[in-house]
Write a protein that binds this ligand. Structure first.
Ligand SMILES: Cc1ncc(COP(=O)(O)O)c(C=O)c1O
Length: 458
């Protein structure tokens, strides 16, 4: 396919995305191919690289081996609705963290071993509990109330196998969170578990924290070790501590990002509001380095976190969502129109809506600039600043509130390519507003002779 004809990629200069080589080959280097895909599957189009999940999983798994720690990885399937990504996780030999019976169904459909599923989330239904127990999957118990529901289930149906449980602990740093249990509730559940060993197999503890630093996880691990000791005292041997997700990824260069944060103010936003929080898009750490630093962090005066886990005979479990899908998708929007507004500013309308790209609905912003692929007659290098809006009639349906610096004016039919969207950015809030068809996902695989094959990933 000749990708040179009258097509040009304009890499952004303010917050250009860090791009995996394979993704860059398509996102930057093959505009005609991208355009053909959008014509065939519609806009916005989510293009997924499942093989990159496998590569990310391998990179993570290599880290604890160096520390002598046994690691269980569960792919946090909530991060993206792609079935190809779930299949890639299964093919990579890792488990899956499922938060609903539907995620569980899809993981099983992808060939997952039911014993390598962990069910998290605070409001599991009775049906979900039944399926989890019947399949021998691991259940993270969020509350005393959830534990009582499991006890009731066991009394009613006397399942043939014991329910495998983790207790979700609420670390001190997350006191105000509604997720997990404080010490008293954990102690209560432990006593109940000790008295009901025929029904329940206690396997360990779980927590998940917001934020992306590893110091808070090391502190939470110290607290959980106290629970591990308390459980041992009543004859319950924990085998694993599951520290949830929150491993960071890098979207843009750290220095460029820091400079941008320093320089931006409310005038850079169409609504005159500077968001108060952002994902750390230009953080210095990738997930494997984060895990390495966590395992090497001091647990106490004489031991590291890794040594403490080994000394207690504990496996470490993690449930990465975002970091396993790092680089694994792009989202492509077709430009519909550029409109001059009364205040002298411009808006770029795209086919698609902000429901597909989620940050603006959380009063934040995706601080990664889109790549502009322009087609047809050259527009001349007339730079312009504009925000990007979806096609709906809602004023707040914007892909960016931020005014983006375009090196040239986008034209109808051009494409805006957002990189690294697999982690919560592309398809969580999709709908059929204005009866537009749901955006499609396609999965890319390397084909023969350096080409790529795509297939629908619905
Ligand atoms: C319990 C639990 N585990 C794992 C994750 C995945 O987190 P992340 O995508 O940041 O790795 C989440 C996300 O909300 C979660 O709630």
């Amino acid at each position: 396919m000749d990708d040179t004809v009258a097509a040009r990629a304009w890499s952004p200069s303010t917050l250009p995305p860090l791009l995996d080589g394979e993704v860059a080959r398509v996102a930057l280097g093959q505009p005609i191919r991208l355009k053909a895909w959008v014509e065939r599957y519609g806009s916005p189009l989510n293009v997924v690289w499942p093989e990159l999940l496998k590569r990310n999983a391998e990179a993570l798994q290599a880290v604890p081996r160096r520390h002598g720690v046994v690691l269980d990885v569960y792919y946090g399937a909530k991060v993206n609705k792609s079935q190809a990504l779930v299949r890639a996780a299964v093919e990579a030999g890792i488990g899956v963290d499922v938060s609903s019976e539907y995620e569980m169904r899809d993981a099983l459909r992808a060939g997952a071993d039911p014993r390598r599923l962990v069910a998290t989330g605070p409001a599991k239904t009775e049906r979900f509990h039944r399926q989890l127990v019947a399949c021998g999957s691991l259940i993270s118990v969020d509350s005393v109330e959830e534990f009582e529901a499991l006890q009731a289930l066991e009394r009613q149906s006397q399942p043939s196998r014991r329910a495998r449980l983790l207790l979700r602990y609420r670390p001190a740093s997350a006191r105000a969170s509604r997720f997990g249990m404080g010490e008293a509730d954990v102690a209560h559940c432990l006593r109940q578990l000790a008295a009901a060993r025929d029904s329940f197999a206690f396997e360990g503890f779980h927590f998940h924290l917001g934020g992306y630093d590893h110091a808070s996880r090391a502190q939470a691990l110290r607290e959980v070790m106290v629970q591990v000791a308390a459980a041992r005292e009543i004859g319950l041997a924990a085998q694993v501590i599951d520290i949830g997700g929150g491993l960071p990824i890098r979207y843009v260069e750290a220095e460029r990002y820091a400079a941008f944060l320093q320089s931006q103010d409310a005038t850079h936003y169409r609504n005159g509001k500077l968001p108060t929080s952002f994902y750390p898009y230009g953080g210095g750490l990738d997930a494997p380095t984060w895990l390495d630093e966590l395992l090497a962090a001091p647990f106490d005066a004489t031991t590291t976190v890794a040594e403490a886990l080994i000394a207690q005979g504990l496996r470490l479990a993690i449930e990465p969502g975002r970091s396993l899908v790092d680089q694994a998708a792009i989202s492509v929007f077709r430009v519909n129109r550029v409109k001059a507004l009364a205040d002298g500013r411009h808006v770029v309308y795209v086919e698609g809506s902000s429901f597909s790209a989620c940050e603006t609905w959380f009063a934040s912003e995706y601080l990664v600039d889109p790549i502009l692929q322009s087609f047809g007659s050259p527009h001349g290098e007339a730079p312009m600043r504009a925000y990007i809006a979806g096609h709906s009639c809602l004023d707040d349906d914007v892909i960016t509130n931020r005014l983006i610096d375009f090196a040239t004016r986008p034209a109808p039919g051009d494409l805006l390519v957002f990189a690294n969207t697999a982690g919560y950015q592309m398809d969580l809030l999709e709908n059929e507003f204005h009866r537009h068809p749901m955006p499609r996902r396609i999965a890319v695989r390397n084909g023969a002779a350096g080409g790529v094959d795509v297939s629908p990933d619905d």
